[in-house]
Design a protein around this ligand. Sequence first.
Ligand code: ADP
Ligand code: MG
Length: 227
Amino acid sequence: MRGLPLEVSNLSVTGAGGRVLVRAESLTIAPGESIGIRGPSGAGKSTLLYALAGLQPTARGVIRWGAADLVALGESERARFRRDHIGLVFQDFLLFEELTAQGNAALAAAFGARGGAASIRSRAGAVLERLGIGDTARTVDSFSGGERQRVAIARALANDPAIILADEPTASLDRDTADRMIDDLVDLARTGGKTLIAVSHDRTLLERMDRLVEVIDGRLREGALDA
Ligand code: ADP
Ligand code: MG
């Protein structure tokens, strides 16, 4: 699926005790655009990314992907939207150690996702192959950090989502592995016309994005890379 337009307005996400963690008056992202999100540690980048995935129940305001406002949807509709439209790459991968690379990448097949189990399994296998994971039948407990990150990306893409959200996808990788991963992620998003939103401190990644958003103390502003 190709990207969906995003319209965020009057967004606030609150944490324990009602403290406002993120506030955004407006953020518009075109379908297929790639956005880098950066900012100091603790500024609210992950909180924002998870809100855009419908994973922040305290989000108020409007988070509209196409026709769907995640804030207005009920919990189960939000989960269905996420399953059908969003591929998430978490910072710490969140793989199942006892499953194989293929089993992790095709996890959505077990949840009745849009498109059906067979096509998810076959796309998961294809992305793993493209990312250079040959031994897809090995359990991931013996995989390196870079290999795990690739499996996590294959899982995020297996359901052919319109939207890819990634939280510091290169943070645990060495430079060479990170560079290859960035190329792969950007290429997969570009060729598929997918919207890509990546939280990162990695200049190599940020340089490849169409646009930057800076999060400072829970507030958003348009960013630019220094010369
Ligand atoms: P970043 O990803 O930019 O490092 P986070 O979005 O993880 O920052 O966190 C932003 C702020 O929100 C931090 O002060 C963090 O401690 C706080 N925070 C994150 N999640 C919660 C939560 N569930 N409840 C309360 N505070 C939270
Ligand atoms: Mg974070």
